[in-house]
Design a protein. Structure first.
Length: 283
């Protein structure tokens, strides 16, 4: 499997004193679906930002598509070409859609990325029309983004990324703030994109979604190190790990696959199946 991202002993410190990542060694291959999990403050969003070259390691080395990624290197002419290559291959969906959108209409927002690729006008129009239809936001086409609901904004942000046809999708807490119907839509979309061969890396602490959108889970500890790197199905069923990394607390336990959490006032933890009609797992 071709390695797309390679982090070698990467650490990151904000303002020279607030540690966010510590000695991270990590490789992500083409076509993988990976969840970066951890409690708030564990460093998962910082790690995702490094993968998107929004920030650069304080120490250690980060390679993307076989190239060393540094702030100084991106300023050179040769690296400028790689920078354009990197941005064309990688799409980032922010947790807060309002950070990402700036155009006057949904159509213009989605067209912005393809226009930066110097594509012919007809190709830009085709891409925008195709992705609007795929995401199912035809009625939003001429709306101003600031007038949309939170779920609608998230759909537009995803559409604007997909219109550039990136090989890699990086998503920061994509299900945060979404209603259940939109969460399900997003989970199904990411599942389909993964099966289509996209590399998808998602920073999340949403245990309800992890096993549906990823095959591999990287769990960050509160010491800002990678605690576990294994199959998602193993992580979501390891209560000791989830407790020790503050992803759940001792009064929370799961019923069934990964789709239900319940708070209980009694002490102790347990887990058991929660089945629907004909013994099928509830979605």
């Amino acid at each position: 499997m071709e390695t797309i991202f390679d982090l070698r002993n990467v650490s990151y410190t904000y303002l020279g004193k607030f540690e966010a990542l510590r000695e991270i060694d990590l490789k992500i291959g083409r076509g993988e679906q990976v969840a970066i999990m951890g409690a708030n403050g564990s460093g998962k969003s910082t790690l995702l930002s490094i993968l998107n070259a929004l920030i650069y390691p304080t120490s250690g080395e980060f390679y993307a598509f076989g190239n060393l990624v540094t702030e100084d290197a991106f300023d050179t002419l040769q690296a400028g070409e790689f920078n354009r290559y990197f941005r064309r291959k990688t799409g980032f969906v922010f947790q807060n859609p309002d950070v990402q959108m700036f155009s006057s209409t949904v159509y213009d927002e989605i067209a912005f990325g393809p226009l930066q690729l110097d594509l012919p006008g007809e190709e830009v129009k085709r891409r925008v029309d195709d992705v609007i239809k795929m995401i199912g936001i035809e009625k939003l086409r001429d709306r101003a983004p600031h007038t949309l609901s939170g779920g609608e904004k998230k759909k537009v942000c995803i559409a604007s990324v997909l219109a550039s046809s990136p090989d890699v999708l990086l998503l920061d807490e994509p299900t945060a703030g979404l209603d259940p119907r939109t969460q399900l839509w997003l989970i199904e979309l990411l599942h389909e994109l993964g099966h289509a061969g996209k590399t998808i890396v998602t920073a999340t602490h949403d245990l309800d979604a992890v096993e549906h959108i990823s095959e591999r889970a990287i769990v960050m500890g509160e010491d800002h190190r990678i605690r576990v790197d294994t199959r998602s199905s193993v992580v979501v069923n390891d209560l000791d790990l989830l407790l020790s990394t503050n992803l759940i607390h001792k009064h929370m336990h799961r019923h069934g696959a990964i789709t239900h959490h319940h708070i209980h006032s009694h002490e102790g933890e347990h887990q058991h199946g929660h089945n629907g009609p004909e013994g099928e797992r509830m979605p």
